[in-house]
Design a protein around this ligand. Sequence first.
Ligand SMILES: Cc1cc2nc3c(=O)[nH]c(=O)nc-3n(C[C@H](O)[C@H](O)[C@H](O)COP(=O)(O)OP(=O)(O)OC[C@H]3O[C@@H](n4cnc5c(N)ncnc54)[C@H](O)[C@@H]3O)c2cc1C
Length: 386
Amino acid sequence: MNKHDVVIAGAGPAGSYLAYKLKNQGRDVLLLEKKPFPRYKCCAGGLSKKAYDVLFSENKNIKSIVEKTTKKGLYVRDNKFTSVNPGKELIYMTYRADLDNFLVKMAIDNKTVFFKDNVLIQKINRKENSITFLEKNKEKKVNYKILVGAWGNNIRFNKMVDLYPFERFDLSSSWEGPAGPRFSKYSNDHSLAQIMKKYPGFVCYIFPKSELITAGIFTSKYPFPLVWKNVWNDFIDFWKLDKSIKPHYAVIPIRDPKKPVARDNILLIGDAAGLADPFVGEGIYHAFISSRIAARNIINFFKEDNYDLASEYNKDVDRNLYDVLKWARVYEFFFNHFPNLSFWAGSETTLGIDVVNSFVTGEIKYNEVKKIINLTKNRFLGKKSS
Ligand SMILES: Cc1cc2nc3c(=O)[nH]c(=O)nc-3n(C[C@H](O)[C@H](O)[C@H](O)COP(=O)(O)OP(=O)(O)OC[C@H]3O[C@@H](n4cnc5c(N)ncnc54)[C@H](O)[C@@H]3O)c2cc1C
């Protein structure tokens, strides 16, 4: 039986970035992935500037998988169109197959990080610290010192390791096709967010790539209002998109902040820990942040005797993300209760636009209330925002 210091299950942004952070750390890491790579992943493929910056600081070649960078936002509230141009990069568009493949390649070196895709995990034995999986129809069993769950929204596995930190789920969809006659004049440089009065709590989006666009709908209302198919149909009618192409739907797990994301020698990262932003459903950035936190705790575990891995990881996640995600819920509450007013404030008022763009770029975090107040003061005193 093979032995590995760390086994990571799932090679999305969370799993691969963690494997990358553990590369050359004197440890042996096995990254296991269910699907054959490169693989399709239901996602809009928008890297916010803050998420892009994390990767750019590690590897400048990330540029090679960016399809387009949008600096402008197009906001549509019923029939009111507002184009916002903050003059800075906001969202870096990519296809998830490309991004995730790039990240896997960045991680593996076949000396300290090994990768196996197209494997089917059958059993996790927590007493024995072992995983059994099928690889090319052959059963294999490996031992781990630490197991990391990075399996995204495959919540069956959360149950398997008895770590189910979720409170609820966001719902989103993704559709790829041509921009159509109505959006094509914006598709060069705008990303779109749209609400329709008829469907409170839903946001529709378009993220343009170089040839195609990715369009979809999102809601953080749970249980999901049953009208999601009507929202999608009205949205594609509005933009005259190709009806013969069907959207993919997927859920984004959202953490109950009171529940742990680790126990004993098992840690959860990214969506498997429910760490996506509950307000807008952005998950790639927090996948990176949780991987970074996991990496430093794993490194400490191997360095220090009696390091209480699960407890330190839980505390570190809460220290870094608890407040941010708590504030995300405050914005989400306002949006779900006052959608028209919130959308108007964030897309049609200069202050709201500045705040929203600062959230996207990472200049201001949701919980940095002082910075928001300073921005407000500067705005009213007529100073340029810093
Ligand atoms: C429609 C939609 C649009 C979205 N758009 C955006 C966006 O534009 N920007 C953004 O930041 N976020 C977006 N998100 C959220 C984002 O996709 C996720 O938060 C992000 O992918 C989480 O990364 P992860 O690595 O935790 O999980 P994933 O990306 O889901 O990766 C998990 C990996 O684990 C594999 N896996 C699953 N089960 C097993 C198993 N048993 N064994 C081994 N491997 C397994 C899967 O095949 C997958 O490769 C969107 C989500 C949806 C549903």
